[in-house]
Design a protein around this ligand. Sequence first.
Ligand code: ATP
Length: 428
Amino acid sequence: MNSPLHVEVLQKRESLASKDYIKEIVHSYLANFNTLNPGVTLKINELEENKSIKDHVESITLCDDEHVSEVAITECEFVYHVYKFDIFGVETDTMTDAASGEEIAAADIWALPTEEFHGLWESLIYDSKLKEETLRFVETAFEFADRRVDPNIISWNRVVLLHGPPGTGKTSFCRALAQKLAVRLGDKFPRVRLLEINAHGLFSKWFSESGKLVAKLFEHIREIVEDHSLLACVLVDEVESLAHARRSALAGLEPSDSIRAVNAILTQLDRLKRHPNALVLTTSNVTGAIDLAFVDRADIKRRIGPPSERAAYEILRGCCDEMMARGVVSPREQLFALRILEAVRFADTEGSRASLRLWAVAREAAAAQVSGRAMRRLPFLARALHTRGKPSLAQFIDALQTALQQQLSDARELKDDSLLPNCISCNH
Ligand SMILES: Nc1ncnc2c1ncn2[C@@H]1O[C@H](COP(=O)(O)OP(=O)(O)OP(=O)(O)O)[C@@H](O)[C@H]1O
């Protein structure tokens, strides 16, 4: 049996064609290829000769759920997802404290799919099957809800917890997942919202009426989830801060309003699980146990660590490709995918030299547990501090290596000064 290849088609904003028509034209367009590279996004530009594709399609992404290498088109069964960006963008739900008159941002509400998160999923690179597995888990949770599987017999909660050190992409992953669901589940949920709750702000000690503010916020959220054709993804970042605030409040270190607010958030999040169209996404920087019952009940709890050497190589390779595509580094040269280097057993040839050099930098960064965030900053530092004029790829990779060395020695000094643990990986 042919394996499915998900094809995500971004339809042009001005195109009024039906999804079926778009599927049809993309299907005949793809039939012109013999093989396809999963993980690749085909951007349709002005030079495109196929007029209907040029008029209606912005880009075509071939997703790599099951496939890791090139596939013959006769071997795969295309599953199409046609979508457009939602034009509403983001709005901030603000609230005013009655006593002080101060205003806080209670939540950011994103209408998905949004242009801001386009390509975010593809930009996150993990060695494990984290992305695929999480996506499959969430799709299964919605399938169960759809088929009304009795939760008393088979238990599932639609709560996800991602934990691990700072800068490893947890928040980005949650946003990217919500965006992915908006694209993949578009037929079931024509509208999708991502609600990012500002938990810190809500129980700030300056707010005398935090409990009421939380109630008001969730009233709004409930109005949103009442519409069953809408998928609501609720994101609570750094969920351990809720547990921490509750402990401080119990110890008398925080005003009692704050404990009411924290408890209200927890109860409300727990209630959200009853809605078949709500998904709760939480992140935490602590790896140990978080004493929150609802987190305990998360169906999927995954640790996200700093990139492995393989992931580090692909992140840095993507950065170098971008530098060459934008003309910062010139001329354009090829950097091989890791599986190609592996296939030739890392043979040192003229053509593979730059890739091997980059592989050495990636291994060093991974060994030092540099976070994904810090890794993505290295090209900027390399360009700003360690190159002049228009560097060649070889010069740029050397500069990346110098930037990495400097970053590691800065982090070591910071660690010596402050005795902070893990400051290399957290890069604060
Ligand atoms: N594995 C990775 N692959 C690609 N990019 C990554 C990876 N990990 C982190 N990044 C990049 O690092 C940046 C920071 O990610 P993000 O803020 O989501 O991390 P976080 O774990 O939520 O951090 P914090 O806990 O400090 O908020 C993002 O721009 C992301 O692109």
